[in-house]
Design a protein around this ligand. Structure first.
Ligand code: DAH
Length: 339
């Protein structure tokens, strides 16, 4: 009877060396696989005398089962170790400091736009928004901008078709409001406007805020009173306004509004170019023709209107000299405007 103790010693030594799945399957192939050492023992059956064959076969089977037992134990052990290693690898260190996330802040134009809205909302204005694509009628004709007016020039207006255009100002919102509502009207119309113009102080897209008040007995004094209030809240208590005569087709009389220079207090500096005053907006008494164009009787009602450039107010408020900074997405610039 053959003694398998040598093979068993070998198997014990080998299995003890197995440390991972790859080595384990190597072990299987060497001993338990079809070409392995234990399977090889069966081939020796030929040379065993017939009466001993059953015993021999039983003994080989016992060795096989014993080796399989060792294999299964090792397999379970490796599984457990690999799982532990995986837990170790994938564990989260809850005491580790978190990545710092900087809170964002509003764009300076959004910030100033909101401040402006707050000021006028405080005076009882409602907010309205209208389409950025307009037609000739609303953008020009009904605002009394006649066919040969220079602001219709191809250089200024982005025409989309013969009749449609990107609005060049928020003033068409006046017409749209008066078409929709009857006086008393007190509306503020913020929005993007477009002109074919680009340099340090002009951008092809910029923002305006239009104001319109229509009621009985509205005069230029009401305009000045509201704008006084506006500039004091935006530029500080010391800020004063001054009206200068001007011309717009949709207002009569028309004014340009200056604010006393908040940098030098009116003495004259580089910001106000030595004049002590800075131009901030245009406005006036709504032209009777415009009221008529909207079916409002100018003998009963009168109105005031104004248009403010939001970029311009923001540049003045923060001392920004290049309009391009608003659109450059420069984080160092943008992060300075915490509310
Ligand atoms: N729409 C004018 C512009 O874009 C600004 C303006 C001036 C608006 C006078 C008004 C106004 O409502 O009364 O230049």
């Amino acid at each position: 009877m053959k003694d398998f103790s040598e093979i068993k010693e070998q198997v014990k030594a080998k299995i003890a060396e197995v440390k991972n799945g790859a080595q384990l399957s190597e072990f299987w192939q060497s001993y338990l696989g079809k070409t392995g050492v234990i399977s090889g023992l069966m081939k020796e059956m030929k040379s065993v005398p017939p009466e001993e064959k059953p015993l021999f076969g039983k003994a080989v089977n016992e060795v096989r089962e014993w080796a399989q037992g060792l294999y299964s134990e090792k397999q379970a052990e490796i599984k457990r170790i690999e799982l532990e290693q995986r837990y170790e690898r994938e564990s989260v260190d809850v005491t580790m400091p978190a990545l710092k996330r900087k809170p964002g802040n509003l764009h300076p134009l959004t910030l100033v736009k909101q401040q402006m809205i707050e000021v006028f909302a405080g005076m009882g204005f409602e907010i309205a928004e209208y389409p950025e694509i307009e037609d000739d009628d609303h953008n020009f004709t009904r605002l009394n901008v006649l066919k040969d007016h220079p602001s219709r020039d191809m250089q200024d207006t982005f025409w989309l078709t013969e009749d449609l255009l990107l609005r060049t100002h928020t003033s068409p919102g006046q017409i749209r409001t008066m078409d929709r509502e009857k006086p008393p009207i007190k509306v503020l119309i913020p929005g993007k406007v477009f002109r074919s113009d680009s340099d340090a102080t002009h951008s092809p897209m910029f923002m305006q805020m239009e104001g319109l008040v229509v009621d009985k007995g509205i005069t230029l004094c009401d305009l000045q009173g509201m704008l006084d209030q506006f500039v004091r809240q935006i530029f500080g208590d010391g800020a004063k306004t001054r009206l200068r005569p001007s011309y717009f087709p949709f207002t009569e009389p028309s004014v340009e509004v200056d604010v006393s220079c908040f940098e030098c207090g009116g003495k004259g500096c580089s910001l106000c170019k030595g004049t002590g005053w800075i131009e901030v907006l245009g406005g006036g008494v709504v032209n009777k023709k415009v009221l008529e164009n909207c079916g409002i009787d100018p003998e009963v009602y009168s109105g005031l209107a104004f248009g403010i450039g939001i970029e311009r107010i923001t540049m003045l408020k923060y001392g920004i000299t290049n309009m391009g900074m608003f659109f450059a997405n420069d984080m160092d610039f943008l992060e300075q405007f915490k509310a």
